[in-house]
Design a protein around this ligand. Sequence first.
Ligand code: BGC
Length: 247
Amino acid sequence: MTRSLLGLDFGGSSIKGALVDVETGRTLTSRVSIKTPEPSTPDNCIPAIAGLVRQIGGEGPVGLAVPCVVQRGIARTAANIDHKWIGVDGAALLGATIGRPVTFLNDADAAGLAEMKFGAGRGSSGVVIVLTFGTGIGSAIYIDGHLVPNTEFGHMEIRGMEAEHRASARVRTAESLDWPAWAERVNEFLARMHALFWPDLFILSGAVTENYAHFGPLLKSSAEIRSAQFTSEAGIVGAALAAAMRR
Ligand code: BGC
């Protein structure tokens, strides 16, 4: 029997969700997306997310992926969303509003879950680093399939700037970088990550990987590099998987 759970991915520009078959990783409904309210405070976003949940429907546990370090259920940072999220127990807050159990986790950790279970990292052992390129750069590191949560490699300093301020997908668009210029910045980031962690595999994720044919061949690393399989749905799928795992 299909077990479908709702995955939600909350980002600086949009909040999106879908029902996911957690046995296969496939989305069962088309993705519903709303613009992130401004300011993106919990007071503004929780009702908006609750509306999205009502619209998508389903029942049972819900997974909510956020661009925050989430330690023991509490958001400890808030990148690209309002800082009022810091200190918030997102599962308790959303759960009380929608009357369903909620699992609250970092968005890149969620994307990593999806890739490791059903995507480009399926069956991979050793050290795997999943990097998500979007508004920021998210990261997840897996060791023999086990996640070390809340790594924040996008904030690593390169040439005096945070890596995500040089090499995120948002920066590529904002600075009108062509693929070779952006790939050069990504290569610099991969080289730094490789020197520190010696991963066996990098998985690059985010909607930008829909254009992997343009930049993938320009990427270099001593580690293997793969494009994610879930592109822009990884966070949604991973959030639903996290909700399934908590049950
Ligand atoms: C945040 C991470 C998040 C990533 C992707 C970074 O700015 O610090 O927690 O995973 O953006 O949204």
